[in-house]
Design a protein around this ligand. Sequence first.
Ligand SMILES: CC(=O)[C@@H](O)[C@H](O)COP(=O)(O)O
Ligand SMILES: NCC(=O)COP(=O)(O)O
Length: 237
Amino acid sequence: MTKLSVNINKIATLRNSRGGDTPNLVSVAVDVQEFGAQGITIHPRPDERHIRYQDAYDLKPIVTTEYNIEGNPIKKFIDLVVAIKPTQVTLVPDAINAITSNAGWDTIKNQSFLTEVVAEFKRNGIRTSIFMDPDLGLIEAAVKTGAERIELYTEAFATEYGLGNKEAIKPYVASANLATELGLGINAGHDLSLDNIQFFAKNIPNLLEVSIGHALIAEALYLGLENVVNLYLHKLK
Ligand SMILES: CC(=O)[C@@H](O)[C@H](O)COP(=O)(O)O
Ligand SMILES: NCC(=O)COP(=O)(O)O
């Protein structure tokens, strides 16, 4: 079965927008796990515009499922992850000012850098996953870094599937088959949603974990809105 890791970046975005502590990130993470999610994902960015580095520490004692920390392995990020020792670190080659993740690693160009970083996390007992486009050559190079998993970057699939192009799954299926053959575990994420997740998960062999944030939090708003509006109306009677 594929595990669902809920990315709670957007909860932190909402909290930060008022400068206070509503919604409380730790309570949300506790509830998300209570509701059955099998993991919590955060992606602290260098500007801390949503998840703050302190959040990563505050979450550590309450994440009883898989704790996945994503980010670009700059020194500050590596130190944070090594101090916290989550279940998994997902390496993402973010540009400093990227609005969101927009590319996977070039595992050929960055082979020696990634190999060093993966070894450092391995020494600390942390599983490493590499965020990747569905490119067979790059996946062959990924295994040489020593990483245990790859995370397939699903934005291209999500966009094409939304336009009705189901063929967009093909490179992901081929990538998953190759990764399995090479002994790499398979995660996936970015722009997965209630609309596309079932099709994606049904077609990708050996999909271990998906991390979903942006759409899941938006869907939680849509699906919860009627209930909350009615609760307010009731209080105003
Ligand atoms: C690696 C990945 O696809 C997600 O972590 C995504 O980047 C979410 O980050 P933001 O919430 O900052 O958009
Ligand atoms: N690794 C992907 C992730 O954590 C969530 O991405 P998104 O659902 O916010 O696009």
